[in-house]
Design a protein around this ligand. Sequence first.
Ligand code: IVH
Length: 670
Amino acid sequence: MRDRADAQQRIAELREAIHHHDYLYYVEARPEVSDAEYDALMRELRSLETAHPELVTPDSPTLRVGGTPTALFKPVEHRTPMLSLDNAMTEDDLREFATRLARFLPGAEFAYVCEPKIDGLGVALVYERGRLGRGATRGDGRTGEDVTANLRTIGSVPVVLGRGGLADEPEIEVRGEVYMPRPEFDRLNRSLEEAGEPTFANPRNAAAGAVRQKDPAVTRRRPLRIFLYSVSGAARMGFATHAETLEALRTAGFKVNDEIERCVGIDAVVDYCRRIEARRDTLEYDADGVVVKVDTLEQQRQLGATAHHPRWAIAFKFAARQATTVVEAIEVQVGKTGILTPVAKLRAVELAGVTIRNVSLHNEDEVRRKDVRIGDTVLIERAGDVIPYVVQVITAKRPADAAEFRFPDRCPVCDGHAFRPEGEAYWRCTNTACPAQLKARLRHYGSRRAMDIEHLGEAAVDQLVDRKLVENFADLYRLTVEQVMELERQGEKSAQNLVAAIQASKTRGLSRLLNALGIPMVGERVSQQLAARFGRMERLMAASEEELAHGHGIGTEIARAVRAFFEDDANRAVIERLGALGVVMTEAGAAEGPRPLEGKTFVLTGTLTGMTRDEARDLIQRRGGRVTSTVSKKTSYVVVGEAPGSKADDARRLGVTILDEPAFVVLVNA
Ligand code: IVH
């Protein structure tokens, strides 16, 4: 146990740090630490204050509920404080919550209402006889800001309530969360960027900024929405459950989240939390957890609240997507075309359920721009299945001896000369025989979207190259089971599997082969287009730069790269050998086949039931059509599967023909 002086010192430090982070977060919208790190500071402070209650002062951040009202708007005292919620970080915490409830109300059965915890801005709206009287932000929980004029501009905030029910009450206060849908947020940021204005870091900051605008006309132009989640004093109005209250909100014309579910027993709650977390990236708003509320209002009343939070509710927090960690080293990796990529080696850190040890720093300019140094503490982020990246360096934590990274002028693997081409951001190793390049090329050749060779993993590739068994792609097809068995960790069965998988890849077809060859600038899309247009390798190899550049999306630069690749004797020799070994050099159904969709562009959204998205794309391209990712007036069709995204709305808005799955199948097979 710390002695009192130590505790006092630490409490002062923590308060200062928390004040500082509050200011950056709420006022400057420029946080320096992750939410998890902030929570940890708060937890430490709270536990010290619990141990030393005599050290609690009225200005301690633990006594505020968050948020800093500023002088811009009139302050509004909330009639009942807008409390914050206790957090459950794990499934065990959720179960403990249920155990606590049972201790408080022995013998009671509990049903819960589970709601996505929207990462927006909490607000309270007061209606007098069904008319919107006042709207306020949550502020510090006790005092918020009067933002009525701004909230009135939000389409989903009703100004007058539907008749009956809540509309007949002399006065009601409802609470909810204002947010900006993700697609709208992306659009807003794009247009700010085009206008050369600063962009918002996330939808919550954008929503908070819009609600706290001086000029309501600006708020009106921002795509804000609201979900309501409570009515103050609902029990006094005769409601028995929270679920009933939500229904009444809906009837009165408020938006209530459709994802909300009533769950009986804590197992059902745990299941809900898991399901929503798995789908968090498909929701159109940012949710950072699930709010679990006891459904029966009488039970809520009996359970009551502590100074900070109600005992009848808890916030289950999703795994953090941001974390801070330390850059222990910056290494350079060699890619398949010899490009040298700086990679930060991190002190291992858990991020959205995955342990992160490396993060790409992309290129020399990026390292400079973010000013990442060895020894720095960095904020990293990983959204959904997106690769983690460095958001920023926490310069306040930079140690005095943090070392700047100097890009090497030699390849770290073969010691070959490295150079940075003029006008480019990357460095490249000039030695085409560099084993690191060959390994990277082979890994790419066998990857799922290229030749899809199962069992050709990193360990196998490394050994095949180190033992000089494979010096180019064609050598793969001459490998024998005996040779493979000599590698480490390869028994007879696994050697047979690898050799069989390599042989099976011969029939993948031209488009995958082109992707697999690793031609600079030629990825999956370009490969598909080239394969569809030229149909066979000889034609493609014979095509001039002009012929190559003729197609959609293939400009002169790509055309030049393709020409340069095929003019290289070593490349031609490998392709010739691949052909001689039986690797298929044509595309089934391409160029020769009918092309009824020539000139048509498609956008796919939602999940198709009869085929994967890749299969749908293949089908369209083989028939001569194109697939793009954004809907414009020029789009011919938007194919809408289950749970479509905002692209379906875009299509409706722009008057683009919408096809459901059966209609699409009919069209492509016509
Ligand atoms: S209930 C006492 N329900 O989360 C009940 N809050 O820490 C407290 N929030 O700032 C609120 N979605 O603005 C509730 N479905 C939801 C919510 C929600 C987001 C926010 C709320 C508050 C914070 C609670």
